[in-house]
Design a protein around this ligand. Structure first.
Ligand code: SF4
Ligand code: SF4
Length: 365
């Protein structure tokens, strides 16, 4: 409970900083809006000139030659997204990737693995409350799908998600375990494991089915609309900015409530049942040579790693532990828990598969 209260206080402090960032982001949006409005007002000025033309003044030619926009939307379309918005997206994408690379090194050593909480907190503050959760890897993922579907997307928008693929190949899914600000919100909200519900093999299966279903729905939505809808209803953006767009109040409010509430009793419920980025990055562990967590020697069959893995990447099957690297978020908890230091990072090959079957029967029930 102390942890929970601490988090609430932290959220309030960060929200103060977050409001400033949101205000900053609003300034960017307002600048675009103001430019568009100015253009539109300029059009009005010309229309006034037209009135004078009727009186036979010399501005007649201007009115005849130029096809002036009819409404503010046309002006907005012509104005487009200013280059500096892409520059900001690129800049923050590179910061995020740099964080993930640093995490990739830190997780390799027992002495530095304890820094995970600090990195998650820094990420939560920077990419979450300071940036207001925008841009993020989810929009980058959707932009990548849009470009595959033949839409026009700025290359800067793809860098975050595409950059995570080689990083995951080299270091494992450290983005999820160590950096992701969305994962961090859920992780800090999670109450001690005695309240942990909805875990185990069946829960993992159900959440995986939901996740694939939501990915299919997302692909259909992007294909039909040709644009990102999720950003309008993004519950994480609402959490980081403490602000919900009035137009999407109900749906965003429900999603936000669901995430906040379920995160208390289930470890990273959004990651396990909805996030398409975690799902896609998980597939990287199947590529030969990818970073996987594996067994160094003989397993003692003590089940300690099983209990340490809150993400349920290690589940029990017939008194044996099975580690699925597809799900593993490279947090390193199982490695720290193992008394024999029996778990570590390897390159996926014939000996070190992406799914690890513990040979020894677990001795403690
Ligand atoms: S699964 Fe998605 S939300 Fe969860 S940590 Fe990974 S990228 Fe972030
Ligand atoms: S198997 Fe579980 S505890 Fe071990 S590194 Fe992966 S997610 Fe963490």
């Amino acid at each position: 409970m102390k942890k929970f209260l601490g988090l609430i206080i932290l959220l309030l402090i960060m929200n103060f900083a977050g409001i400033n960032a949101y205000a900053g982001f609003s300034v960017e949006k307002d600048t675009i809006k103001t430019e568009a409005v100015d253009d539109f007002e300029a059009v009005d000025d010309f229309e006034e000139v037209d009135d004078f033309e009727e009186a036979g003044n010399e501005f007649e030619e201007v009115s005849e030659e130029e096809e002036l926009p009819q409404n503010i939307n046309e002006v907005k379309e012509e104005t487009g997204t200013p280059d500096y918005v892409y520059d900001i997206t690129l800049e923050w994408s590179l910061y995020a990737l740099a964080f993930a690379v640093v995490a990739g090194f830190l997780v390799r050593f027992r002495q530095t693995r304890s820094l995970r909480g600090l990195i998650l907190l820094a990420s939560l503050f920077l990419f979450g409350f300071y940036r207001g959760g925008c841009p993020c890897m989810l929009s980058s993922f959707q932009d990548t799908l849009l470009i595959v579907m033949g839409n026009d997307v700025a290359w800067q928008n793809l860098v975050w998600f595409l950059g995570l693929i080689p990083i995951t190949y080299i270091f494992g899914k450290v983005w999820c375990g160590w950096v992701c600000h969305l994962g961090a919100v859920q992780e800090f909200l999670f109450l001690p494991s005695k309240y942990h519900i909805f875990k185990g093999e069946l829960a993992v299966k159900i959440m995986k089915i939901i996740r694939y279903g939501l990915l299919a729905a997302l692909i259909v939505q992007l294909g039909v609309m040709g644009s990102i809808y999720f950003c309008s209803i993004d519950p994480f953006k609402a959490i980081f900015n403490m602000h919900i767009e009035e137009e999407y109040l109900t749906i965003t409010g429900i999603l936000m409530g669901l995430i906040l509430l379920t995160s208390l009793f289930s470890y990273r419920p959004f990651c396990k049942s909805a996030c398409p980025v975690g799902l896609t990055l998980g597939l990287v562990s199947k590529i030969p040579g990818a970073s996987v967590v594996g067994l160094k020697g003989e397993c003692a069959g003590c089940k300690v790693c099983n209990n340490a893995c809150k993400y349920d990447a290690i589940i029990r099957k017939d008194k044996h532990s099975v580690l699925n690297n597809n799900d593993c978020i490279a947090c390193g908890d199982c490695m720290d828990a193992c008394h024999r230091s029996g778990l570590g990072f390897f390159r996926k090959n014939k000996k070190h598969k992406d799914i690890v079957y513990c040979k020894n029967e677990c001795t403690i029930d």
